[in-house]
Design a protein around this ligand. Structure first.
Ligand SMILES: Nc1ncnc2c1ncn2[C@@H]1O[C@H](COP(=O)(O)OP(=O)(O)OP(=O)(O)O)[C@@H](O)[C@H]1O
Ligand SMILES: Cc1ncc(COP(=O)(O)O)c(N)n1
Length: 336
């Protein structure tokens, strides 16, 4: 079967933990054919972004045009856009209908603190988004006010969805410089995201993974949503799947030492595979969802290998269940 094409419009990360490189790994892991439009080249590692070299807006348009004529995407995600001219070029493509099922990750600042985008540029694109995935800091920058706990995240998601993207997920995974949770962890009872569905807000809660290896979580999350949309998921199912996927990728890489700063995720489930795909009783657990509307359910649809209605047992993570302890609690710390 020919895989669906999913496009990422983002910056290159030489350390390959975030940006284009992370997105293409997610696409490969989830069984879709990834294409890429590069908006900027960054010189970065797990500690810092040393330099940013922007790609000219005209060249971004050339890349978009080359793909539109031959490898049209079924779904698209945007990440780092860099300057306003590039954002305008991407918005023009969206206006022309070249960017279906658009997931906008409004990348503004890297985990290491470097500026990778500007609010004005992001705002050009948001009206064309099917889904936007700002983290708390990005939501705060767009709205011009702080976004603290889950209640404020829920309100921010609702507000950003009014007149903008049809769905908004305000993510709560940000960490401080030492890798400690500032938004999640014990304080919020797990890693909490707020999803605005157009009619209600749902809080998505998974166990907080205590690790410094969080480079590219937002990129991977939005890439996974786009991949699942291309495979036919409805947005809430795609978001639930992506949350589960990122949680497992964080868990898999939690003790890796790739670089000495914020390392990358285990996009392909290598740790799980090395452990013999050790399933846990939690293997069939669904992502917990709670909040004003309650409700729960596993990500629907199946991975590339088909036949399963949750990430466990399906393609992305090696046909095995989640690592031991996974999914055992939606609130407690997973690891000590
Ligand atoms: N340590 C963690 N444990 C569990 N889930 C996490 C953790 N860190 C991030 N997440 C989850 O990862 C997803 C991406 O959210 P996050 O808020 O980290 O995005 P981001 O800040 O844009 O990421 P980045 O800037 O690193 O690319 C969310 O579902 C979030 O809850
Ligand atoms: C090219 C590029 N795109 C996005 C990010 C954000 O990811 P993070 O916040 O994990 O540094 C990044 N660092 N580099």
């Amino acid at each position: 079967m020919t895989p669906p094409v999913v496009l990422t419009v983002a910056g290159s990360d030489s350390g390959a933990g975030a940006g284009i490189q992370a997105d293409l790994k997610v696409f490969a892991a989830l069984g879709v054919y990834g294409t890429s439009v590069i908006t900027a080249v960054t010189a970065q590692n797990t500690h810092q972004v040393r330099a940013v070299f922007p790609v000219a807006a005209a060249m971004v348009t050339e890349q978009l045009t080359a793909l539109a004529g031959d490898l049209p995407p079924v779904a698209v995600k945007t990440g780092m856009l860099g300057d306003a001219a590039v954002a305008a070029a991407v918005a023009a493509a969206a206006r022309a209908g070249l960017l279906p099922n658009l997931v906008v990750d409004p990348v503004l600042v890297s985990t290491s603190g470097a500026r990778l985008g500007v609010v004005d540029a992001i705002e050009r694109l948001l009206p064309y988004a099917l889904v936007a995935t700002p983290n708390r800091a990005e939501a705060a920058a767009i709205l011009g006010r702080p976004v603290a706990g889950p209640d404020e995240m829920a309100e921010a998601a609702r507000q950003l969805g009014t007149g903008g993207p049809r769905y908004v997920v305000v993510t709560g995974g940000d960490v401080d410089d030492s890798g400690l949770a500032t938004g999640g962890g014990e304080a919020f009872g797990g890693a909490v995201d707020a999803l605005w569905t157009g009619t209600e807000v749902r809080l998505l809660r998974r166990p907080w993974v205590p690790t410094r290896n969080t480079h590219g979580t937002g990129c991977s999350f939005s890439a996974a949503i786009a991949a699942r949309l291309a495979l036919g998921d409805q947005v809430p199912d795609a978001v639930a799947f992506a949350k589960e996927y990122v949680t497992r990728a964080l868990l898999g890489a939690r003790t890796w030492s790739l670089g000495s700063g914020h390392g990358p995720l285990d996009h392909f489930g290598w740790s799980d595979a090395a452990a013999g795909g050790s399933s846990s009783p939690g293997a069939t657990d669904s992502p917990s969802e709670s909040g004003p509307t309650g409700g729960s359910g596993p990500p629907s649809g199946s991975g590339p290998s088909g036949g399963s209605d949750s990430p466990s047992g399906s393609g992305p993570l090696g046909g095995s269940g989640p690592p031991s302890g996974f999914g055992s609690s939606s609130t407690g710390r997973l690891l000590s």
